[in-house]
Write a protein that binds this ligand. Structure first.
Ligand code: RB5
Length: 150
């Protein structure tokens, strides 16, 4: 599984912890930045990672900002992206089983490192259940199509 990880300055420290954590578990992961605490705009990294996933270069993405809110809103503007902002393990599991989330978003200023690692582990190892959820994912795509008409 190829994973893309990225953050803005508000998520930089947690991103560094999660990057090291998932590398130590043997995942293949690319760091899309940012690379310091210098202020950057979260929509830029959200866009880079979302596009890379939609192109098929990566299977899943992890995005972190201060709250996880801005970066998940931005990622969800890219058709086909289902970014789930998770601050607990139950949501992390359900976002994979029910929503087939392809991006996990978290907020550095909201959750601690230990919980973020647990959420990440659960999210990366939980499979989509399919079944009744497949049609619902399809309806999300239908909404995107409706608004993407030229
Ligand atoms: C940056 O200060 C902060 O606004 C950003 O990291 C994020 O929380 C936005 O949603």
């Amino acid at each position: 599984m190829k994973i893309a990880i990225g953050s803005d300055h508000g998520g930089f420290k947690l991103k560094s912890e999660i990057l090291e954590h998932i590398q130590s578990k043997g995942y293949e992961v690319s760091d899309f930045g940012c690379y310091s605490l210098e202020s950057i705009d979260y929509p830029d990294v959200a866009h880079d990672i979302s596009e890379a996933i939609m192109k098929g270069d990566y299977d899943k993405g992890i995005l972190i900002c201060g709250t996880g809110i801005g970066i998940s809103i931005a990622a969800n503007k890219v058709p086909g992206i289902r970014a789930a902002l998770c601050g607990d393990c139950f949501s992390a599991k359900a976002s994979r089983e029910h929503n087939d989330a392809n991006i996990l978003a978290m907020g550095e200023r909201v959750i601690g490192v230990g919980l973020a690692k647990m959420i990440t582990d659960i999210w990366l190892t939980t499979e989509f259940e399919g079944g009744r959820h497949t049609g619902r994912i399809g309806k999300i795509s239908d909404i995107e199509c409706r608004y993407n008409r030229e």
